[in-house]
Design a binder for this molecule. Structure first.
Ligand code: GLA
Length: 349
C-alpha cells in the first residue's frame, strides 16, 4: 500500500493497480447537467453552522429533503407544533432557488410518544389526529413544499402490511386509511405531488410485490398518488441486475419515480480496517453510473428526482448505523468530488 500525501489529502494506491485519482474536478455540476431534480437530505444544524456544507449543497443540488425536521416527531413532538426548523429549511430553499421534497407525513417510526399513547384503539380519534396533522402541515407549507412522502414504509419485509405498526393492527382496512391520507394531503394542497416511499425493492421480492399491489389498489380506487419513492440504501454487494429488474418493475406502474434516499455502502464486511482504495472508489463510481443510467432509461414523464441521503461522507447516518468507516456519497469529507460524483454526472443525459 502506498500513501501519497498532497496537502491535507491522502490518496491511497494499492500496489499493482494503476494509480488513479480518487477525487475529481468537473466542468459541470450535477444540477447544471440534469434535466430532473438532484436532491439531498440535509440537516438544519449544518446549514447554520458549516459554510462549506452550504456551498457544496447549493453548488450541486437543486432540491432538498429534511433528514429529520419534517417528521412528525419534530413538527409535533409535543401537542404544540414546532415549525421553526422546517421553516428554516423552506426559507433556505426559497433563498437558494431550490425545491423542497417533504418527508414524511405518515411514518410509524416518527409518531411521538404523546401521540401514540393517547390513541389506544380508537381509530376515529386516531384518524382525525392524522388528518389534523396532514392538514396543518400541508397548509403551512403549501406552495413551499413541491412534493410529499405522504406514507412511508408500511409494507413489511416479508410482504403484507407491517405488524408492528399500530395503524395496521387496529384499522379494519388500513389500506383505505392510507388512501384517505393521500386524499387529505391533496385536499389541502392540490398542486403538491404525492408519493409513497419505501426501501428494499431489490432484495425483498415479496415486499416489492406487496408495494405494487398496495399502489395498484390506491390507483384503482382513485386515491391521489403521483409517485413512488424507492429509497436505495444499497451496498456494493447488491446485484445491480436485481436493482434494475426491481426498479423497472415498480416503474411499470407508470407513476413518477423518485430515487429518494440514495447511498452506497462500500465497506460491505463492516471491517475496522476498511479504506476507500482507488479500486473501491472506482467501483463505487461504476455503481453510481449504472444507477443513474438506469434512471435515465425511464420514460421522460416518469423522471422526478434522484435524492442522495446526505451531501458529504463527513455526515451520513451510515457511520452510526452501519460502520464508522463508511463513505457512501458523492463528496468526500473535505467536500471534494469523488469518482461516485463523476459516475453520476457521466450518466446524466
Ligand atoms: C428511512 C427513513 C429516513 C431515514 C432513514 C435512515 O429510510 O425514510 O427518513 O430515517 O431511514 O436515516
Amino acid at each position: 500500500m502506498i500513501y501519497a500525501c498532497t496537502g491535507e489529502e491522502t490518496i491511497v494506491f494499492v500496489e499493482g493497480e494503476e494509480p488513479l485519482e480518487t477525487i475529481v474536478e468537473t466542468d459541470l455540476t450535477l444540477k447544471q447537467k440534469a434535466k430532473f431534480k438532484i436532491g439531498a437530505a440535509i440537516k438544519t444544524s449544518l446549514l447554520e453552522s458549516e459554510p462549506e456544507y452550504v456551498n457544496a449543497l447549493v453548488e450541486n443540488y437543486n432540491q432538498i429533503t429534511a433528514e429529520f425536521e419534517m417528521k412528525m416527531e419534530v413538527l409535533w413532538g409535543s401537542p404544540d407544533y414546532n415549525f421553526e426548523p422546517a421553516d428554516y429549511i423552506t426559507d433556505f430553499a426559497e433563498t437558494n432557488n431550490m425545491d423542497v421534497h417533504g418527508h414524511s407525513l405518515v411514518w410509524y417510526r416518527s409518531f411521538p410518544a404523546w401521540f401514540t399513547l393517547h390513541q389506544e384503539n380508537d381509530t376515529i380519534a386516531y384518524e382525525s389526529k392524522i388528518k389534523e396533522f396532514i392538514t396543518t402541515v400541508g397548509n403551512r407549507y403549501k406552495g413551499k413544499v413541491r412534493s410529499w412522502d405522504v406514507v412511508n414504509e408500511v409494507i413489511s419485509d416479508s410482504g403484507g402490511l407491517r405488524d408492528e405498526e399500530f395503524i395496521n393492527a387496529v384499522f379494519n382496512d388500513p389500506i383505505a386509511f392510507y388512501g384517505r391520507c393521500f386524499q387529505y394531503a391533496k385536499d389541502v394542497d392540490p398542486d403538491a405531488l404525492l408519493f409513497y416511499n419505501d426501501y428494499g425493492i431489490a432484495n425483498l421480492p415479496e415486499k416489492r410485490a406487496s408495494i405494487k399491489s398496495f399502489i395498484e389498489r390506491l390507483l384503482d380506487e382513485g386515491y391521489p398518488i403521483d409517485g413512488i419513492g424507492c429509497q436505495f440504501h444499497y451496498s456494493a454487494s447488491n446485484s445491480l441486475e436485481s436493482i434494475k429488474t426491481a426498479f423497472d418493475d415498480i416503474a411499470s406502474l407508470g407513476l413518477l419515480m423518485h430515487i429518494s434516499e440514495l447511498d452506497m455502502k462500500m465497506n460491505t464486511s463492516q471491517s475496522d480496517n476498511f479504506i476507500l482504495t482507488s479500486a473501491t472508489a472506482k467501483r463505487q463510481g461504476d455503481i453510481y453510473e449504472f444507477i443513474v443510467n438506469m434512471y435515465e432509461d425511464l420514460p421522460e414523464n416518469q423522471k422526478y428526482a434522484i435524492t442522495t441521503w446526505g451531501v458529504t461522507d463527513k455526515y451520513t447516518w451510515l457511520t452510526d448505523f452501519w460502520h464508522p468507516k463508511e463513505y457512501p456519497l458523492l463528496l468526500d469529507s473535505n467536500y471534494n468530488k469523488k469518482l461516485s460524483y463523476l459516475g453520476f454526472l457521466n450518466s446524466l443525459r
